[in-house]
Design a binder for this molecule. Sequence first.
Ligand SMILES: Cc1cc2nc3c(=O)[nH]c(=O)nc-3n(C[C@H](O)[C@H](O)[C@H](O)COP(=O)(O)OP(=O)(O)OC[C@H]3O[C@@H](n4cnc5c(N)ncnc54)[C@H](O)[C@@H]3O)c2cc1C
Length: 511
Amino acid sequence: MSPTSPTSSSLNAARRARDLAELERHPHVDVLVVGGGVTGAGVALDAASRGLSTVLVERHDLAFGTSRWSSKLVHGGLRYLARGQVGIAYESARERDVLMRVTAPHLVRPLPMVIPVHRGTGLARALFVRAGAGAGDLLRLLAGTPGTVLPRPCVLNARQTLRLLPGITREGLLGGIVSFDGQLVDDARLVVGLARTAAREGARILTRCSAESVTADGAVLRDETTGRTIPLRPRAVVNATGVHADQLDPHVRLRPSRGSHLVLDGSVLGRPSAALTVPIDGGTSRFVFALPQPDGRILAGLTDEPVDGPVPSVPEVPDGDVDLLLAQISGPLETPLKRDDVLGSFAGLRPLVYGAGASADLSREHAVTVSPNGTVTVVGGKLTTYRAMAEQAVDAAVRAHGLPAGSCRTRSLPLVGAAPHEELDALDAPRRLVARYGTEAVGVLAEADADPTLLTPVVRGITGAELRFAVRHEGAMDTGDLLDRRTRVGLVPAERSAAEDAAARALDAAG
Ligand SMILES: Cc1cc2nc3c(=O)[nH]c(=O)nc-3n(C[C@H](O)[C@H](O)[C@H](O)COP(=O)(O)OP(=O)(O)OC[C@H]3O[C@@H](n4cnc5c(N)ncnc54)[C@H](O)[C@@H]3O)c2cc1C
C-alpha cells in the first residue's frame, strides 16, 4: 500500500496554490477569517460548517501565535467560579465536556492535579482548596461529564501523594488534594485538527498569507511566499488575530501579558504522573504548575507579566522569569531545581482585552465586537472556550451582514481523527500516535509502507513517517512548521538541531 491519498481535509502546497488561484479568479466569498490560531481555525470551522463560503488566512503557519504557547490545559472553569462568574465557569466546563467527549477525545486526557499538604504549612488553605475542588466537581456534573471521563476529586494520604509526585519533600507530608482537569496532548495539534476539519467542510485555509488591509469595500491579501497581493471581496471579515487584533481594528484595545514556561525532564521531579500544584506566596488564588507531558517532559509555568511596546511575533523568556519559576516550583521539592535542569523555555502573550467599544461584554474574558466598517473582532478568552467564541463571532457576522447561514453545528462535529475511546483503543497503531492523530494514526504508519526506515525514531519517538504525513496532509511547508508546530521537537533546541535533516528530507520527498 502507498501513503494515504490526499483527502478533502488534507492541506498541502498543491491545494494552497489551487485555492489561491481560484480566489484570484473569484474574489467574492461569504467570510474571510484572519488569523490561524485556535480562535480563527474555530471560526473557519463554524462558518464553513454552516454552509458559508469561507477563507482563512494566516500570516505565518497554523498555531504560529499564542495558541502553541499555552499550558495545554482544558479548564473546567473553577477559577471563574471563585470570582463569582458562574456563567463563564459553566461555559468552560461545558466546552471541556464537548472537547473530551465529542470533538477531540483523542487529543484530551484527564490530568490529576495535586496540591501537597505539609505539616505546619497551609492546612486552612488545604481545606479551602478541597472546598474549591468540590465546587469544580459540581461544574463537571452540571456539564454532564461522567466520572469515567473525568474522575471526582479526593483527598490522598502521604503514600498516595508520593506515588503521584515522587519528587516532593517527604518530611512532614500529610497528604494531598487531587482534582482532575483536561490536558491537551499538544495545543498546536488542536489548531491543525480544527483547520483541517474546516477544510473538510469546504473552507480554504491559506497559510503564509496575510491580510494587509481590511475596509468596508474589501480586503487585500498578500501571499508571503511570492509577495503577490490579492484583492478579496468578502461579505464579512472576522478578525481573529489575537494580540495583533488592534492592528486590524483600532477600536480594540489590548493589554498583552506574558506567560512563560520552562521545559524540564521528568526525572528532575521523579517522573510524576500528576501535576504538582504550588500556591504562590501562600495564597489560595494563584498557583504555578509542573505539568507532566505525554512524552515524559514537564512544563513548569507560568508567569503573568504585562508587556509594553510592540508585540514580538515570537516572545522571548527573560532570565527573571526562569529564576522566578525555578524558585516557585522548588518550594515543595526534596531537591530544588537548578538552571541546568532547564532544557528549553517558551513564552506566550495573552490577548487580554481592556477596551473594545460599547458593544464589548468584557465580563466574558473574551470580546466579540463589530467595528464601524463591519469587521467582527473576536479576541481574548481561552483555548478551552474556542468553540463557543467561534459560534458567537459567526453569529455576530451573520447578524451584521445578513449572511445566508444555517445554525451552528460544531458542538456535535468531531474533528478529523476524533472517535470514541473504544474505537481509538482498538486501532492497530502505537498509543503515542493514536494520542496525537486519533484514527489517522493508521495513515501516518502507511507513509512508511514503501520505506520502513521511516518508522525509525528521529528524536524522542518522532518518526520520518510523521514528518511526511505533516507535509502531505497537514499543510507543513518548511522545517519550522514540522519541528515547531506539527511536532514539538523545537521546544528543546538541542533536539531541534538533531531533527533538522530528517525534516528537510520529508519536505524533499513530498515536494
Ligand atoms: C502562557 C499562556 C498559557 C495559556 N494556557 C492556557 C491553557 O492552559 N488553557 C486554555 O484554555 N487557554 C490558555 N491560554 C489562552 C489561550 O492560549 C489563548 O487564549 C489562545 O491561544 C488565543 O488564540 P488566538 O487564536 O486568539 O490567537 P493566536 O494563537 O495568537 O492566533 C492569532 C494568529 O493571527 C495571525 N495573524 C496576526 N495578524 C495577521 C494578519 N494581518 N494576517 C494574517 N494572520 C495574522 C498570527 O500569526 C497568529 O497565528 C494561555 C495563554 C497564554 C499566553
